[in-house]
Design a protein around this ligand. Structure first.
Ligand SMILES: [Zn+2]
Length: 359
């Protein structure tokens, strides 16, 4: 198993056992490191520790359904600058005698937000704990700390609710921890550490990423072949697989991975070799009597070599995970790489090794 997967599993186990973990961000858009714990495991001790070492502005990440069920309206109604401001809900306190600000009171509020028995009337508004709505697809929908917190709670088998707060720099207490400080903090306190990127990769490898759609036969200039449609579970992009001959018998199958290129594939543009490579792969595999062509249509805007691209290209890692799940669905575990897309060979070997381990 990969070292990064071990780190993810260690963090999941810690959350399952009610211990806080450190989640590090891959970009420093928000903060570099967060203390994260399952909301249903919140105790006065965990909150006292959190308040001591973090900014103290503790949030609780929740799915949309729980925000709706507990009547937690957005603090503001729009995201004028794409800051996800509308995800922040009106702050609450669990009803009781305290003011709501002490570690004990906040632990009670956080645990209440995670309780399936909680009712909207159990909370005072405004309060001292900020609920925040997580993307429905977790880190696969939006790779942020809020989503990582909910994902860890869900993967650990606890309620989908997690407390999180930015860790403060020990060397410069007036600032948020940065660089290696969050990891040093975790080491010092014996806490598991996981990065958001590691969680994304772990989920993409361990959770099915495509669903099979329609299947039919397609007559082509090189013979009649099976075509199978697939859709990404997250994001909804659709891909097409051309199966030439039979696959799944255990024999190594020639594979060509093709990323959609409208100008090359449809208009025969000579700016790139995409169209020529695709035609050649279909012709060669048809002549040899077997092979799989995976035609990927990444999410986002149209892909076409030679035209200005408003979007970033999808990463080879992301696409290779998609290909690995498609091949797993087809029962293909042994390949001959007929693919010559730049940078793909090694990535695909890695993905296939994962495939074989998981099979
Ligand atoms: Zn092209």
């Amino acid at each position: 198993m990969r070292t990064t997967d071990l780190r993810v599993r260690r963090a999941i186990r810690a959350v399952a056992e009610g211990r806080p973990v450190v989640v590090t961000a891959d970009t420093e858009r928000e903060g570099a490191g967060y203390l994260v714990f399952a909301a249903d495991a919140a105790t006065p001790n965990i909150l006292a520790f959190t308040v001591r070492h973090t900014s103290g502005l503790v949030r609780v990440a929740l799915p949309l359904s729980e925000c709706a069920r507990l009547d937690l309206p957005p603090m503001c109604s729009a995201d004028p600058d794409g800051s996800h401001a509308a995800a922040q809900r009106v702050a609450v306190d669990a009803g009781g005698n305290g003011t709501g600000i002490s570690a004990t009171d906040r632990a009670r509020t956080i645990a209440a937000l995670a309780s399936e028995h909680a009712q909207p009337g159990d909370f005072r508004r405004p309060g001292h704990v900020i609920p925040v709505q997580a993307n429905a697809d977790g880190v696969l929908g939006s790779p942020g700390a809020v989503e990582a917190a909910v994902d860890l709670a869900r993967l650990s088998g606890r309620r989908q609710a997690a407390g999180l707060c930015e860790i403060v720099s020990r060397n410069h207490p007036a600032t948020i921890a940065c660089g290696t400080e969050p990891v040093e903090f975790a080491l010092e306190h014996g806490l598991a550490t996981v990065s958001i990127g590691e969680l994304v990769a772990y989920r993409r490898r361990t959770e099915r990423q495509v669903v099979r759609l329609a299947e039919t036969v397609l007559p082509t200039g090189c013979g009649t072949h099976r075509v199978i449609g697939f859709r990404d579970v997250h994001g909804g992009a659709e891909h097409l697989v051309l199966v030439i001959g039979s696959v799944g018998s255990g024999e190594p199958v020639p594979l060509h991975v093709h990323v959609e290129c409208l100008t090359g594939d449809v208009f025969g543009s000579t700016v790139c070799h995409c169209g020529a490579e695709l035609d050649s792969a279909v012709a060669t595999m048809s002549a040899q009597g077997g092979g799989v062509i995976v035609y990927l249509r990444p999410p986002g805007s149209l892909r076409a070599c030679g035209l200005p691209r408003p979007d970033h290209s999808p990463s080879p890692d992301l696409l290779s995970d998609t290909v690995a799940w498609i091949l797993r669905d087809l029962g293909v575990y042994s390949l001959r790489l007929a693919d010559d897309a730049p940078g793909y060979g090694l990535v695909m070997f890695g993905a296939l090794r994962q495939n074989r381990t998981a099979a």
